[in-house]
Design a protein around this ligand. Sequence first.
Ligand code: CA
Length: 511
Amino acid sequence: MSTPRYDRRDLLQAAGLGAATLLLPGCAGQLRRRNGSPETARPNIVFIMTDDHCAPAIGCYGSRVNRTPNIDRLGHEGMRFDSCFCTNAICAPSRAVILTGKHSHVNGLMTNSDQFDGAQQTFPKLLRQAGYQTTMIGKWHLKSAPTGFDHWEVLRGQGPYYNPALLTNDGESKYTGYTTDIITDRALAWLTSGRAPGRPFLLMCQHKAPHRNWQPGPKHLTLYDDVTIPEPATLFDDWAGRGTAARQQEMTISGHLSDDDLKLTPPNGLTEDQLALWNAAYEPRNEAFRRVQPTGPALVRWKYQRYVKDYLRCVASVDDNVGRLLAYLDESGLAHNTVVVYTSDQGWFLGEHGWYDKRWMYEESLRMPLLIRWPAGITPGTVNRDLCQNLDFAETFLDLAGVTIPDDMQGRSLVPLLKGRRPLNWRQAIYYQYFEHPAVHNVARHYGIRTQRYKLIYFYQLDEWELYDLKQDPDELQSVYGDPAYAAIAQELETDLRRLRTYYGASAVTD
Ligand code: CA
């Protein structure tokens, strides 16, 4: 085993103190000069975000479980980020971080129960002030009405998988069909007939899928019927190398999936035709289940297959619809100077450690997929491994548009990375904090620091620490906190964690 080492160079600068100097000679400015026309040179931004789609269920991230040819195009034709992490692995808080470029404890939305303060500064507002047309379609999930958009059509709360209503400034419109398709239909309708040609735009297209409870669309109800999805190596993890928090959670595939999750009963709200298709797919499967009545590990394996196939069927619809959007951009000639982003609000446990859901600072839920294609500005097929966060998205979009980045945003523009030029003072560590406890799944509150190699987590309600050496133990099976070989590293990480908490204003948060 190599000697554990922790590179602490310029940690505080890396966290963002050097951002101001980096942003003065903005890349967007160079692009304007090169193209000669400031107005036409500003790129359009199409931000496609799904809900709970983890990178291991994307082909170009090396998926062992599915294929996603359309999403993969963005990686092959743009840049794939392999080390993008959320600041707080849950739906609404991640969205608020993305909009504001500020940590949860600063933008005020710390848990899914909180309401977003729409009066505060967001990047869509700043783009709009700078002349961008701004549109938001799909899952919003922030309780308050969208602000900063010329046009919006959003699901109410989580929204259903079938036959959704979309709220707008003018009231509610009801649609019949599969929500992933309908969100894309509405995005395409705005692109073709809603926007003003010639002006740059921001289109946020945010899907509900593949959020729990994973109801597949009519086109994919029988996908994967004839295959067995590979199981993760840690499906039967007993969490012996982790602390109390892991052992007291309530998010196991073995014990916490409901009959609705497992589709032992059909969903409510389907039309007669939809229900007939649904039953044709699920009744034979449920009949086989009742006949065999598996128990013990066989039952866990059955639940895993049922769960993961439905999840991947939902992803298949997302992939189809990403393809529809990309096809429009190609056909319309917009593709060249349109930045297309594919991401998800956090990662997800696809059976690893026996779990589903998110919330933890462990890799599966911490890591976000991030693919960015921009033919006018990014070398195709490139991969970036620098530490990035959803905290950086707002500043990135402002930088791309040549808009001054407010001093109070807490991330870094990714534009230098997109250009293949990593600033010397790029961050060496990220900060994370999860607040939603007590709540569903019983995941204790925690905060921590992650570097390229190490992760230190403090479960502050339990006063327990965990430390992982991601090089030696990428699955985080054995905490080495308290191991004398890691004592010096643990001490350095604790010091830097305190500094990061002070830098981001987190140390003042008492709960
Ligand atoms: Ca989510």
